[in-house]
Design a protein around this ligand. Structure first.
Ligand SMILES: [Zn+2]
Length: 206
């Protein structure tokens, strides 16, 4: 809500398990489709005209597509790179430009930052750690630069450490958060320094 009310430009929803849930049923670890539910709620509240969903999980957002199709949600722009190596490659090479091109007109972008895109993930990723950092940084920089309100959430991630813990997945989520902070903090510093260079006219008592 802070993002929609203009009090923040980016927010993280530390939630997971959405994009395989369709109109009738859950699926693939996903019970409800929180992405589309968020879009529908904001629309019902009159806070948005158009919403973007950028899904960069390793797997295709079939549930999201299913609901969009069944409810004819032409105002929801959904791009899922899952299962499409060419789309993922294009997004890696031209991510920043593509995010602006596809989503500049939406009132809010929901970005699903799947951790199972990683090369060590047992469910099929092929990006290295630095490539994933760049993937996230491009999305953040594009939204920050083009002033697209952004909410991102977690997704995927099935790696385990030697004792069966999820530390490797948490490390990838932490990288996404660090890129978010880095991009938006750097932009904030630039804005503050530009502001400090603006000469403020001193009112002359009349
Ligand atoms: Zn996945």
């Amino acid at each position: 809500m802070h993002v929609m009310e203009g009090r923040a430009r980016v927010a993280c929803s530390p939630t997971i398990g959405f994009h395989h849930a369709g109109y009738h049923d859950g699926g693939g670890f996903c019970t409800f489709n929180g992405l589309v539910a968020t879009a529908l709620e904001l629309k019902a509240l009159g806070l948005v005209d158009a919403v973007g969903i950028l899904d960069m999980d390793q797997h295709y957002g079939d549930g999201t597509d299913d609901i969009i199709f069944r409810l004819d949600l032409s105002w929801v722009r959904h791009i899922s790179t899952g299962g499409n190596r060419n789309a993922r490659q294009r997004m890696l090479e031209h991510g920043r430009e593509m995010v602006v091109e596809k989503f500049a007109a939406v009132d809010l972008l929901l970005y699903q930052a799947g951790a199972d895109s990683h090369v060590d993930d047992p469910l099929g990723g092929y990006l290295g750690t630095e490539q994933m950092r760049r993937r996230d940084a491009d999305v953040f920089a594009a939204c920050e630069g083009a002033n697209i309100p952004l909410v991102w959430n977690l997704a995927g991630g099935y790696q385990r450490d030697a004792s069966g813990g999820i530390a490797p997945v948490l490390g990838l989520h932490r990288n996404t958060m660090n890129e978010c902070i880095r991009v938006y903090a750097a932009a904030g510093e630039q804005a503050a320094s530009a502001l400090s260079r603006v000469a403020v006219p001193v009112p002359v008592p009349g």
